[in-house]
Design a protein around this ligand. Structure first.
Ligand code: ADP
Ligand code: MG
Length: 276
């Protein structure tokens, strides 16, 4: 049976300031959706809010995974319920190796009732699986012994995120700008990795991106534009082509109220990269 991720009239605030102003989005397992929108329109806010980042306060609306209220769950419980987020800016965890992190994460997600201190999945099975997945993503086996994201290049961080996706096999995956900072070969390899997992697990995928190029490899059936904190356009890949050709001016003209909110968001955007 296919599961459904349903976001209904979601409003999200950071530090008391409303960023998302009523987002509606329904993704079924097996579907690929793309979410596009200018910088600062709230794309990462949506992914953090769905995954349960404590700084993102949901002030109105709902988010359910197969009828289960996600907003009632902690981030780890959302992961166990089948949701995964590949971060736009992955955090490094010095002292925790990629292998150790993944062995714990995989054990907990596959055995949601596992208590800390109980058995992890067997080292033999885990190693075999990890090697196979790393091989497919073109990653050096030594990578598993490095500390998570510590000193990784931009491309290595993105591959590490997709490696997590491959090992955790979620029902739904949100990929927040997984293509940014990658050269075209890396985009292709990472995309093929995503496609393989998605096909195996019938994962519902939400690809958040600025650019068309990743969508040439991970092909969406549905495309949404987030602008001024709400989704203003829903359609197919024709929207991507339009954006690529004409930018966001036509959106601005078509949705003047959202354009006002978008300008305000941009003005209030903290300088530099948001890295939490
Ligand atoms: P996107 O991912 O679409 O580029 P974000 O979701 O990162 O956009 O940010 C949306 C808006 O939320 C920003 O323009 C900014 O106004 C606000 N915002 C994001 N993070 C913070 C923060 N840590 N503190 C204050 N405002 C923030
Ligand atoms: Mg973002």
């Amino acid at each position: 049976m296919s599961k459904v991720l349903k976001v209904d009239n979601l409003h999200v605030a950071i530090d008391g300031k409303e960023i998302l102003k009523g987002v509606n989005l329904t993704i079924k397992q097996g579907e690929v959706h793309a979410l596009m929108g200018p910088n600062g329109s709230g794309k990462s806010t949506l992914s953090y809010a769905l995954m349960g980042h404590p700084n993102y306060e949901v002030t109105e609306g709902s988010a359910t995974l197969d009828g289960v209220d996600l907003l009632e769950l902690e981030a780890d419980e959302r992961a166990k319920a089948g949701l995964f987020l590949a971060f736009q800016y992955p955090t490094s965890i010095p002292g925790v190796t990629v292998a150790n992190f993944l062995r714990h994460a995989v054990s907990n997600v596959r055995n949601p009732n596992r208590k800390e201190g109980e058995d992890l999945i067997s080292m033999r099975d885990f190693r075999k699986e990890l090697r196979a997945e790393m091989d497919e993503l073109g990653m050096d086996p030594d990578f598993a012994r490095r500390y998570l994201n510590e000193g990784f290049s931009g491309g290595e961080k993105k591959r590490a995120e997709v490696l997590q996706l491959a090992m955790l096999r979620p029902a739904f995956a949100i990929l927040d700008e997984t293509d940014s900072g990658l050269d075209i070969d890396a985009v292709r390899i990472v995309s093929e990795g995503v496609n393989k997992v998605a096909a195996k697990m019938s994962t519902g995928v939400l690809v958040i991106t600025h650019y068309q190029r990743i969508l040439n490899y991970i092909k969406p059936q549905f495309v949404h534009i987030l602008f001024g904190g709400r989704i203003v356009e829903n359609g197919g890949t024709e929207i991507v082509e339009l954006l690529e050709k004409e930018g966001y001016d036509w959106i601005r003209a078509k949705y003047p109220d959202a354009a006002k909110d978008e300008d305000e968001l941009e003005q209030n955007a903290p300088a530099g990269q948001l890295t939490f």
